[in-house]
Write a protein that binds this ligand. Structure first.
Ligand code: TEU
Ligand code: CA
Length: 536
């Protein structure tokens, strides 16, 4: 069987562990305190050693950084602070040599207000690019066209005095929303996708994939109700007309067709930030005609609770189309790190969570630093760089900056991230306590735990491709079978748990000393401990 035949039989992204890098915070090669693409190239050997098969990079395109790259000023270039197009080519090539694919982030919902299209749109109602954006007249009583509010707080409409209309911004006013009813906008993005795919980019993570197209009649949103998700209640309204429109699926299906013309097939991963699993599965379409992977936020935003989390996974497994494939993620650059949010920084529970993510049926994502157990970093208000954190400081500790602090490579000044003299763009976490160098040679370290679990997954057909089947488990525990011969047993409680009907050899454990132990039909788990047991 040639490599190509094997790819055709089973696409790579079903089997690999993917890794998210926040480029400004991974590795700085020129001493300006900002991580860069050459820094990622230098660390490819580390990522290969860790065993990952693909990297998603947060946006690297030119941006005035009102929202740190999520305000794109040019979709077909690289931000000078991060590198050049040639660096991207070297990254793609160097990664490919190590069996690693590069996935980019694309932001199609809005541009920067510094994008050429928007600058032109401001010049007049007849401007060439005016209709690339969502413009509206004041309401009859004067004031904004409707009641929509921005995800980041405040009115979603910004008045433009010189042309006498409002423009829509679902995020910052420096992030004007594109009008996806406009066929020209669709055509532009077809070209942008092809531009990067032709350079060897393996796929895209699509920013706010559920938001792209708005209600054509700009109807008012309804207020949030008691039964709504906590986050929606805080927000105040149901986002039913300013996003989450059915027509978004046509756009994503159009993109999928483009991906499918490439060999190897390119993939689409959606930031489908929806609160109901019934809405989430819709982004998979029939299972083969829309997103390849749709992030599961009901899972990621939950607490780590045996009964609740199990229920979300059970429901996700039931709802997902048979030809579609789950994706599991608990940390990212917005919601923070699972260790802090879901495990209150308890390292034992944190490892159990890592074991869960790496052993569920589906593609796991590891956020940079999670493999060494980096918690969210505590920051003072004057240290924040994220506009959203600055708006919400106090309500959300550390805002979104706490999970974006530099990767902790070593205990040396500069943390192995930058030079000892440089001021990092965000403060370091506690890098003398938690870093790659100190953990690399310690067999019981978090890093080697993560790595060995990734290796086990690579070697195990059951863990990569086997079905998920929940088993009976003691209170506070979660036991499931993967494929025919592999059982994952997680004790999330503070009591010892005895798991029955489990026979085989311990092949992975969240704590040292249990590897190769024989489970003769039952096994005792210590509080907050997890094991993977393989029969035969
Ligand atoms: O996030 C979209 C989004 O909905 C989140 O911003 C979330 O609601 C918020 O972080 C809660 O605090 C994406 C990007 O991941 C994020 O970094 C961008 O700021 C946002 O889109 C706008 O592009
Ligand atoms: Ca740099």
């Amino acid at each position: 069987m040639t490599n190509k035949d094997r790819d055709a039989a089973r696409p790579w992204w079903l089997d690999e562990v993917l890794y998210q890098i926040y480029p400004r915070s991974f590795a700085d090669t020129n001493g300006d305190g900002v991580g860069d693409i050459p820094g990622i190239i230098e660390r490819l050997d580390y990522l290969q050693w860790l065993g990952i098969g693909g990297i998603w990079l947060n946006p690297v395109m030119p941006s005035p950084n009102a929202d740190w790259g999520y305000d794109v000023a040019d979709y077909c270039d690289v931000h000078p602070e991060l590198g050049t197009l040639e660096d991207v080519d070297r990254l793609v090539e160097g990664a490919a040599e190590r069996g690693i694919r590069i996935i980019f982030d694309i932001v199609p919902n809005h541009t920067s207000d510094q994008h050429g299209w928007f600058k032109d749109a401001l010049t007049g109602r007849d401007a060439r690019y005016r209709d690339y954006y969502v413009w509206a007249d004041p309401s009859e009583s004067g004031g904004p066209p409707n009641n929509w509010i921005s995800v980041f707080g405040g009115n979603a409409w910004e008045w433009h005095e010189p042309t006498g209309q409002y423009y829509l911004h679902n995020f910052l006013d420096a992030q004007p929303d594109l009008d996806w009813w406009n066929e020209d906008v669709r055509a532009e993005f077809d070209d942008i996708l092809s531009f990067w795919f032709d350079r060897g980019i393996a796929g895209f993570r699509i920013d706010v994939a559920h938001a792209l197209i708005k209600d054509r009649a700009l109807r008012d949103n309804l207020p949030a109700a008691d039964e709504d998700h906590e986050r929606l209640k805080q927000h105040g309204q149901r986002q039913i007309y300013n996003m989450n429109r059915p027509e978004v699926h046509d756009i994503l299906k159009r993109w999928r067709k483009i991906c499918d013309t490439y060999d190897p097939q390119r993939i689409l991963i959606g930031e489908t930030f929806v609160y109901e699993l019934e809405r989430w599965v819709e982004y998979y379409g029939t299972g083969t005609d829309e997103l390849n992977l749709a992030f599961n936020f009901p899972f990621a935003l939950g607490q780590l609770d045996a009964e609740q989390t199990k229920e979300v996974v059970r429901a996700s497994e039931e709802l997902i189309p048979p030809d579609a494939w789950p994706v599991w993620m608990v940390s990212n650059h917005d919601i923070g790190r699972g260790l802090t949010r879901m495990c209150q920084n308890d390292p034992d529970l944190g490892r159990v969570l890592m074991m869960l993510v790496l052993t569920l049926r589906g593609t796991p994502f590891v956020y940079y630093g999670d493999e060494i157990g980096m918690p969210d970093t505590k920051l003072r208000r004057d240290q924040l760089r994220d506009p959203v954190g600055l708006r919400t400081f106090g309500e959300v500790a550390n805002g979104r900056d706490g999970c974006r602090t530099p990767m902790q490579w070593s205990a040396q000044p500069g943390a192995g991230f930058t030079t000892s003299e440089a001021e990092p763009w965000l403060p370091f976490g506690e890098y003398s306590a938690v870093n790659v160098e100190a953990q690399r040679d310690d067999p019981d370290s978090w890093l080697n735990f993560t790595r060995s679990l990734i290796q086990l997954r690579r070697e195990s057909e059951d863990l990569r491709a086997g079905g998920y089947q929940e088993m009976d488990s003691p209170d506070g525990s979660w036991v499931f079978r993967r494929g025919d011969n592999t059982v994952v047993a997680l004790n999330l409680s503070d009591e010892i748990a005895t798991v029955e009907e489990i026979e085989g050899t311990v092949r992975a454990s969240t704590t040292g000393g249990r590897i190769d132990e024989h489970a003769p039909g039952r096994i005792d788990l210590q509080p907050r401990q997890g094991v993977v047991v393989v029969a035969r």
